[in-house]
Design a protein around this ligand. Structure first.
Ligand code: HEM
Length: 312
């Protein structure tokens, strides 16, 4: 959380630069041009991937998110390239450490805190992998639901205009509950025979917990199918629960809050540019997210109108 708090201005800068790249056009695909690159650049920055290599990460991650829609073997090749790159980066950071997470992981491994170099590379990879598509979907599903709930969206816009952050904070949690990025938790196995909801589960059987169903449980949430951005009693399972509770929740919250607040403030008349029934959702069992999110808005001028190339 400390590292994430220090990271706040950088996430704001990345968010503004991405909006700058399409703000004059009056239209955009918010998944490809915004929700997808933001977490990639953010995690690369946090890990300490140099700016000039971050677009490679964008390409590799793009392949990974296609869920089989790309060329044959493309996902495996991208994963291999990413892992190879991270192993090499760890070598480089050992020679020249910085104030980044990879240098921190190397330091932990050098101090014998039970972390080998290989484990540090695996850790960096898992952070990228776990923190990427999830955050794409938080922004994508979040914007989509705000556009489909004009009263809630107007309420949030009014509160942001008044300089308040309370509704933004509870609102992002409510969007996670209402239409969260992770529909099912990762696989569990019953350690002993048990019965849940009348269903007998023998020891050793796999169990898939549907977080999205728990988050609409009428016994737990009042009016579960209503989007209420000010919902207070909102212990949702969007980030999981227990010892595997999401490690990246503080970063995800920061990115989600910054992305939604900046979009609604800079593009106040943001609207869907497609019939919701025609929007396509990604396949896959665990995640829930849109393939594209076409939007329109009144064009305006970029914030950064400097003549320097905008390097991310
Ligand atoms: C809105 C964005 C995110 C959502 C909804 C989300 C959701 C989740 C969920 C539901 C789990 C638990 C899975 C299970 O129990 O099977 C989890 C675990 C995890 N998440 Fe996230 N996540 C998000 C962003 C991130 C980010 C940004 C990072 C890292 C930078 C991250 C890293 C992790 C890791 C490492 C775990 C595994 C923790 C463990 O097993 O001990 N997540 N996340």
């Amino acid at each position: 959380p400390r590292r994430v708090a220090e990271f706040t201005p950088r996430v704001q800068e990345l968010t503004d630069r991405l909006i700058d790249s399409f703000v004059e056009r009056g239209s955009a695909d918010l998944i490809h041009e915004f929700a997808f690159p933001l977490p990639i650049y953010a995690i690369c920055d946090l890990l300490g991937v140099p700016a000039e290599d971050q677009d490679d990460f964008r390409d590799w991650a793009g392949m990974m998110i296609r869920h089989g829609g790309g060329p044959r073997g493309g996902v495996a090749r991208s994963v291999k390239k990413m892992r190879g790159y991270l192993a090499e980066l760890i070598h480089r950071k050992r020679e020249e450490p910085g104030d980044d997470l990879i240098s921190g992981l190397i330091k932990a491994s050098d101090h014998g805190e039970h972390l080998t170099e290989n484990e540090a590379a695996a850790m960096a990879f898992i952070l990228l992998f776990a923190g990427f598509e999830t955050t794409v979907n938080l922004i994508g599903n979040g914007v989509y639901q705000l556009l489909r709930h004009p009263e809630e969206r107007a309420r949030l816009q009014a509160s942001l205009a008044a300089g308040e952050t309370g509704l933004l904070e509870t609102g992002v949690e409510e969007l996670l509950r209402y239409d969260g990025p992770v529909e099912m938790a990762t696989w569990r196995y019953a350690t002993r025979a048990l019965t849940i909801g009348g269903q007998e589960i023998p020891a050793g059987d796999p169990v898939l917990v549907v977080l999205a169903a728990a988050d609409r449980d009428p016994e737990r949430f009042e009016g579960p199918d209503t989007l209420d951005l000010a919902r207070r009693d909102n212990q949702h399972l969007g980030y999981g629960h227990g010892i595997h509770y999401c490690l990246g929740a503080p970063l995800a919250r920061l990115e989600g809050q910054t992305a939604l607040a900046t979009l609604l403030t800079r593009l106040p008349d943001l609207r869907l540019a497609a019939d919701p029934a025609e929007l396509r959702w990604r396949g896959g069992l665990i995640m829930r997210g849109l393939r594209t999110l076409p939007v329109e808005f009144s064009p305006s001028v970029p914030l950064s109108t400097t003549d320097e190339p905008s390097e991310m």
